[in-house]
Design a protein around this ligand. Structure first.
Ligand SMILES: CC(C)(COP(=O)(O)OP(=O)(O)OC[C@H]1O[C@@H](n2cnc3c(N)ncnc32)[C@H](O)[C@@H]1OP(=O)(O)O)[C@@H](O)C(=O)NCCC(=O)NCCS
Length: 156
């Protein structure tokens, strides 16, 4: 397992990984209706590519065969956007390595703070990495109520 920069050829695999992650891990914390609503927000490969060539840092955790296990991104202001692990990649170290690489990017840029809107699963993981919850966010996707958490971590 290693972390590398996003490459254009990754876009279809990352779009597919997003779907599998939401459908495979989402049901631990969210209802079937909520998971469907969340999956409806899944980006197309074209949307991923546009987003990941806009200047932000986009990183991919890959296995020995260069297949994506997890991916995530961080913007210049320290905002973490996507943070998704493939269901079958539990225990590979991909989530931890991805998080550490995103944080290292922020540190290298001299940022004081990183922040994210975290799902329940992301909240559990990020609490263990020194993030704090700012507030719960109650949202609607279409007519489906769902929630996440605004979280932040001060780096210095
Ligand atoms: C958010 C997310 C990336 C967090 O990652 P995670 O790996 O589930 O985090 P956890 O706190 O459960 O796991 C922490 C560690 O325990 C490991 N672990 C979790 N379940 C495990 C299992 N069943 N067996 C072995 N190890 C397991 C994880 O792999 C991780 O270790 P690693 O990074 O060394 O591999 C992931 O849950 C995910 O993709 N969720 C769905 C999409 C989502 O909510 N994205 C965030 C949007 S804000």
């Amino acid at each position: 397992m290693r972390i590398r920069d996003y490459a254009a050829a990754d876009a279809p695999a990352l779009a597919e990984l997003y779907h599998r992650s939401v459908r495979g891990i989402g049901p631990r914390d969210y209802s079937a209706r909520q998971v469907e609503a969340w999956a409806s927000l899944a980006p197309t490969p074209e949307e991923i590519h546009r987003r990941y060539t806009d200047g932000r840092t986009a990183l991919v955790a890959v296995d020995g065969g260069d297949h994506p296990l997890a991916f995530g991104d961080i913007e210049a202001d320290g905002h973490i956007g996507f943070f998704y692990r493939a269901p079958e990649a539990a225990g590979t170290g991909a989530t931890t390595a991805l998080h550490d690489a995103l944080e290292a990017t922020a540190l290298a840029a001299g940022l004081a703070r990183i922040h994210v809107e975290a799902s329940e699963a992301a909240k559990r993981f990020l609490l263990s990495r020194g993030f704090a919850v700012i507030k719960r966010r109650d949202l609607l996707i279409g007519d489906v109520p769902i929630h996440n958490f605004a979280m932040e971590k001060w780096l210095r």
